[in-house]
Design a protein around this ligand. Structure first.
Ligand code: NAD
Length: 344
């Protein structure tokens, strides 16, 4: 089978070539992102493979359908960039629900430690033989309270890591996980309680209509002064303007962002020779207490290998059996309807 692979980066190829060859999937790598202008490139292919910042809106779906492309294999877990309602009946959407929750949770902790122990500052200083410690005072994580929003695969690994540091965990999830709340070091609370009582808040829920700008001016108002905000989930969970305002008023002590609402035209690309048009991002990056990484949390060897293997197996399963356990259905995001044939 021949698949058009969009938004290709050099680090994608080794594992996709390996598993493609093993299972008979032929890739045509395109560096461009999938959108209304580039969908035409998929003409003559059996399917398309897309990533987090490809645009799969109604126009793109219609174009793919018209060209006879039946399947979209997402090589990521999140699918907020796909118009799932419009895809219904037109395009089968497969995804990689989990590839390494450790990669993302460990990156989240790496950001937190870098920020609060001022490692990003110390690294630059010592390279300049500036061995002064002034301004590098941090704080212990031991005994602090971390609020974890979303206790799915990544959130739970992050909770385990935090517990290893001797932190207390306040968790919030729309669908709490049985057995996680131990009534002591890990407790499920309301979102309001989490905001009001956490020293650090980490976001691990999906981006939906309900969670859009979950952290806005009102939410920040409820937070403790000096709260540290971690977002390695999706940019639009946070209202970036409100965050910037919170940093300026010193309400927010630090922010670590691996994702940003308007990241799609910037992240993953080298923009070092360009003038950044996004004033909010530029201002955030200029803050001494903000660390931004460009959607890097997933990027480990283990995750890349797992992503490629699952994407290839999804496609093989779909083309051989007409169904795939990782197919998404907008009616609840479950593969059940698709498996039972109700979907198409
Ligand atoms: P998951 O599906 O295992 O867990 C998500 C959790 O969020 C679930 O427990 C769910 O019940 C909960 N949830 C759903 N709606 C909610 C709401 N309104 N309020 C609170 N909680 C809600 O997903 P996961 O594998 O843990 O991934 C979490 C998120 O991480 C993904 O949605 C994705 O956006 C992000 N992610 C980022 C990267 C990266 O590189 N930065 C990589 C992978 C995933």
């Amino acid at each position: 089978m021949k698949i058009a692979f969009f938004d290709t980066k050099p680090y994608d190829k080794p594992s996709f070539d390996l598993y493609g060859e093993k299972y008979g999937v032929e890739w045509k790598y395109f560096e461009t992102k999938l959108n209304e202008d580039t969908a035409e490139l998929a003409n003559g292919f059996d399917g398309v493979c897309a990533f987090v910042n490809d645009t799969v809106n109604a126009a793109v779906i219609d174009r793919l359908e018209a060209m006879g492309v039946r399947v979209l294999a997402l090589r990521c877990a999140g699918f907020n960039n796909v118009d799932m309602k419009h895809a219904y009946g037109r395009l089968h959407v497969l995804r990689v629900p989990a590839y390494s929750p450790y990669a993302v949770a460990e990156h989240t902790m790496a950001l937190l430690l870098t920020s609060i122990r001022r490692i990003h500052k110390a690294y630059i200083r010592s390279r300049d033989f500036n061995f002064s410690l002034s301004g590098l005072t941090g704080f212990d994580l031991h005994g602090k309270t971390v609020g974890v929003v979303g206790t799915g695969r990544i959130g739970r690994v992050f909770i385990d890591i935090c517990r290893g540091f001797g932190m207390k965990v306040l968790a919030y999830d729309k669908f709490p996980v049985e057995g996680l709340d131990n009534g002591d070091t890990v407790r499920y609370v309301s979102m309001r309680e989490l905001l009001e009582n956490s020293d650090i808040i980490s976001l691990h829920c999906p981006l939906t209509d309900e969670t859009h700008h979950l952290i806005n001016a009102e939410a920040l108002e409820r937070c403790r002064r000096g709260v540290v905000l971690l977002n390695t989930s999706r940019g639009a969970l946070v209202d970036a303007e409100a965050l910037l305002a919170g940093i300026k008023t010193r309400k927010v002590g630090a922010a670590c962002l691996d994702v940003y609402e308007e990241e799609s035209d910037l992240f993953f690309e080298d923009n070092s020779g360009h003038i950044l048009e996004d004033d909010t991002l530029a201002r955030l990056i200029s803050m001494p207490n903000v660390i931004v990484t460009s959607h890097q949390a997933f990027l480990t060897e283990e995750a890349l290998s797992n992503i490629a293997e699952t994407t290839v197996k999804n496609l093989v399963s779909f083309f051989q059996n007409g169904q795939c356990e990782n197919e998404l259905c907008y009616r609840g995001g479950s593969a059940e309807d698709c498996r039972s044939g109700k979907c198409f």
